[in-house]
Design a binder for this molecule. Structure first.
Ligand code: DGT
Ligand code: CA
Ligand code: CA
Ligand code: ZN
Length: 593
C-alpha cells in the first residue's frame, strides 16, 4: 500500500476511535501520525527499510508496526476489527456533511440512533436540535445531507463509472461473437455523473455475449438475462445494461441509447419533417410524412419491419438527415441539431487532450498536497506538459495548512530555483490559491500577489451567505488587480454538496470585464464552472483554464475530466489558456497586471 493510502487509513482510524469515544491522546496519535507521514519528504519504503520510522517525531511506537504492516501487506487486522466493531449505520452517518466521529457518537449516546433512518426521524421530531452542541441549523443541515444522500445514491461520478466501463468494453470487444461494441448513454456523452452504464453490441450470436456479461466476477446481482437485453449490478451500486442487436441495426441502436432523450426527440422530429420515422430499430418512410409533429413515444416496429434504409454508422445517419456528425458529448437537446445543420461557424471544433500543454491549479506538501514541487513537476512532465502551475492554499484555509505571506514568498524562491536548476524542461509557474474572505477582500498582501506569476482566488468559507452577499463577495475579488483566475466558482461537490448561492451570470460578466479567467475545476467531484453555462459564456468572450486541483501526483491526470467539460461546453481552443505555450501563458499573466 502506498503512503497516501496509508495516510487515509490512519485518518480513518482516528475518526473511528472518536466515534468510539476513545481517549483524545490515542486519537491524536493517529491523526497526528497521518499528518507527519503525509508531509514526510523521504521515501516511505526507504525509511522502513532503514528502520528509521520509529525515530521520526510524531510517529509513536503503536504506529510503527501498523504503518509497516500496511506498507508490506495492504491490510491491518486492527483496522478491520475496529471497523467491524462499529454498527454499519454509524459509519454511514460519517458520510453526512458536518458529521464527524465526535458528533456521531453524541447522537448515538444521547438518542440511541444507529441508522440514517433513525437519525432522520430524530431530526424531524426536533430531538437533535434539543441536544447540547446541535442547534436548529445543524438539525436542518443534517436533514439536507440525508435528503441529498438518498437522491445521490442513484448516480455515480463519470470518472468512477468510466473505470468500471473500460474493462467491460474491452472484454466485450475480445469476444469472438462480437462484431462491434460501444458504451452509450450518459457515459458516452461525458456527463459529469452517470446513472447507469449502457453497452451496445452488434452480434448475430447474442447468447454467449449475454452469458459472458452476466458472468463477470465483478457482478453482484443479475437483474435481467435475456436474448436482447441483460442488466447487472456491481458492488458500488452501479448498474449496467447490455443490448445486443444485429449489425444492420447497430448504428440506430447506438444513436438511440446514447441519447439524450431530448436529443432523440429533436432527431425524430427532424426525420419526420423529412418524411422518415426514426427509432432504435431503423429509419423508414413515415406514414404521416412531413407533418413535423413531435412523436412522443418511441416507435414500436420490429427489426424485421425495418431495413428500409441501410445506415452503417452514426455518421451516415446524420448525413442522411442533412447534418454534420454531432459528437456524442453535444447531444443534450440544447440546439445542437440546428447548429449542425447550418455547419460552418456554428459547429465548434472541440478541444483535444493533446492540445493541453499544462495546468494551473495544483497543490504541494507546502499546504495540503502530498507531492513536493519536484514530484509534481516530474509527474507533469511525464504527462507531456510544457509547464505546471502550483497554487497552494493561503493562510485562511488553516485546515489545509495554508501559506502566509512569508511562506508564499519562500515557496516562490524555491520555484524560481527549481526553474533555474535546469533540472527539467518543464517550467513551473508560481501561483497561489488565495482565499476570498467573507467580505470579498483577499487573504494575502497585494505585494505578495504581485510578486507571483498569477493567483487563483477561491471561496472556502462562509458558504451560507445570501446570493447577493456571495455574488458581491466574488465580484469584489474579481475586480482586484491581483486576480488572474477564479477557482471552483460554485463550491459544489458532486453527489454530496450543492453549490453555494451565487448569481453566476453576474460573475461571468464581471470576469469578462476584468479579463479574469474562470476555471473548469477538473477534479471529477467538482467540474465547475458547469458545462451548461460555458457555451454562452465563451461566446461572450470568457476565458477558461482547465485545472485539475491536484493534491497528489496522480491527481494531475484528472485534467482529462476537465477536457470533457470543455468539449461539452464547446469552448474553442483560443479561449482555453492551457492551449497556449509557455511564453503565451507568461504573456497572459503579464498583461493581466
Ligand atoms: P443516466 O443513465 O441517467 O445517466 O442517463 P442516460 O442518458 O444514460 O439514460 P438511460 O440509461 O436511461 O438511457 C440511455 C439512452 O436511451 C437515453 O439517453 C436515451 C435513450 N432512451 C431511454 N429511454 C428513452 C425514452 O423514453 N425516450 C427516448 N426518446 N429515448 C430514451
Ligand atoms: Ca445510462
Ligand atoms: Ca440504461
Ligand atoms: Zn480550493
Amino acid at each position: 500500500m502506498n503512503k497516501a493510502d496509508i495516510v487515509d487509513v490512519l485518518e480513518d482510524i482516528a475518526v473511528l476511535l472518536e466515534l468510539k469515544g476513545e481517549n483524545p491522546f490515542k486519537i491524536r496519535a493517529y491523526s497526528g501520525g497521518a499528518r507527519v507521514l503525509e508531509t514526510m519528504e523521504d521515501d516511505l519504503g526507504e525509511v522502513i527499510a532503514e528502520g528509521r520510522l520509529g525515530s521520526i517525531k510524531g510517529v509513536g511506537s503503536a504506529l510503527v508496526d501498523k504503518i509497516e504492516t500496511l506498507y508490506a501487506t495492504g491490510e491491518l487486522e486492527y483496522y478491520t476489527k475496529l471497523r467491524a466493531s462499529i454498527a454499519p449505520g454509524l459509519i454511514e452517518m460519517l458520510d453526512i456533511p458536518g458529521l464527524g466521529g465526535k458528533k456521531v457518537k453524541k447522537l448515538h449516546d444521547a438518542l440511541g440512533v444507529e441508522s440514517i433512518d433513525a437519525l432522520k426521524a430524530a431530526c424531524e421530531a426536533g430531538e437533535v436540535s434539543a441536544l447540547k452542541g446541535f442547534g436548529k441549523k445543524s438539525e436542518e443541515k443534517i436533514l439536507t445531507g440525508i435528503a441529498n444522500r438518498a437522491a445521490y445514491a442513484k448516480r455515480h461520478l463519470w470518472w468512477d463509472a468510466r473505470t468500471v466501463a473500460e474493462p467491460i468494453l474491452a472484454g466485450l470487444r475480445d469476444l469472438p461473437q462480437v462484431e462491434q461494441a460501444e458504451a452509450a448513454g450518459s457515459l458516452r456523452r461525458l456527463k459529469e455523473t452517470v446513472g447507469d452504464l449502457d453497452f451496445i453490441v452488434a452480434s448475430s450470436e447474442p447468447q454467449p455475449v449475454m452469458d459472458w456479461f452476466v458472468g463477470q466476477d465483478s457482478v453482484q446481482e443479475v437483474t435481467a438475462h435475456g436474448e436482447t437485453k441483460s442488466s447487472v449490478r456491481f458492488e458500488s451500486g452501479l448498474q449496467a445494461d447490455l443490448r445486443v442487436v444485429p449489425m444492420a441495426q447497430f448504428a440506430f441502436a447506438l444513436h438511440h441509447f446514447t441519447g439524450s432523450k431530448e436529443h432523440n426527440v429533436a432527431m425524430r422530429q427532424r426525420a419526420l419533417s423529412r418524411g422518415y420515422s426514426l427509432s432504435e430499430w431503423g429509419l423508414k418512410p413515415s406514414s404521416n410524412s412531413g407533418s413535423g409533429e413531435l412523436e412522443v413515444e418511441p416507435s414500436t416496429g420490429s427489426a424485421q419491419e425495418s431495413g428500409e434504409l441501410e445506415v452503417s454508422s452514426e455518421q451516415e445517419l446524420f448525413e442522411f438527415l442533412g447534418l454534420q456528425a454531432i459528437p456524442p458529448e453535444l447531444r443534450e437537446g440544447m440546439g445542437e441539431v440546428e447548429r449542425y445543420e447550418q455547419g460552418g461557424d456554428s459547429v465548434p471544433s472541440l478541444l483535444e487532450l493533446s492540445q493541453v500543454r499544462g495546468v494551473f491549479h495544483n497543490h504541494t506538501t507546502a499546504s495540503d498536497g502530498r507531492g513536493t514541487i519536484e514530484e509534481m513537476a516530474e509527474a507533469a512532465e511525464a504527462l507531456g506538459f510544457d509547464y505546471l502551475g502550483l497554487a497552494d492554499h493561503s493562510k485562511a484555509s488553516y485546515q489545509a495548512n495554508g501559506l502566509d505571506d512569508a511562506r508564499v514568498l519562500k515557496q516562490l524562491e524555491q520555484i524560481r530555483a527549481y526553474n533555474e536548476s535546469g533540472e527539467s524542461g518543464l517550467h513551473v509557474f508560481a501561483g497561489i490559491e488565495c482565499d476570498i474572505l467573507p467580505d470579498g477582500s483577499l487573504d494575502l498582501e497585494d505585494s505578495t500577489l504581485a510578486a507571483l506569476d498569477y493567483a487563483v482566488m477561491s471561496v472556502h468559507s462562509s458558504f451560507s451567505q445570501s446570493e447577493d452577499e456571495m455574488t458581491a463577495r466574488v465580484i469584489r475579488a474579481i475586480e482586484h488587480p491581483g486576480t488572474v483566475m477564479l477557482g471552483h466558482p460554485t463550491g459544489r461537490i458532486l453527489l454530496r454538496r450543492e453549490s453555494y448561492k451565487i448569481d453566476l451570470q453576474k460573475v461571468i460578466d464581471a470576469a469578462i470585464a476584468n479579463k479574469v479567467i474562470i476555471e473548469i475545476n477538473a477534479n471529477p467531484k467538482r467540474l465547475d464552472m458547469d458545462w451548461r453555462l460555458w457555451r454562452r459564456a465563451a461566446e461572450k468572450g470568457l476565458m477558461c483554464a482547465i485545472n485539475p486541483d491536484a493534491h497528489k501526483t496522480e491527481g494531475l491526470a484528472h485534467y482529462a475530466a476537465g477536457v470533457n467539460i470543455a468539449r461539452k461546453g464547446g469552448i474553442p481552443a483560443e479561449q482555453i489558456l492551457n492551449c497556449r505555450d509557455c511564453a503565451g501563458v507568461a504573456q497572459w499573466f503579464a498583461e493581466r497586471r
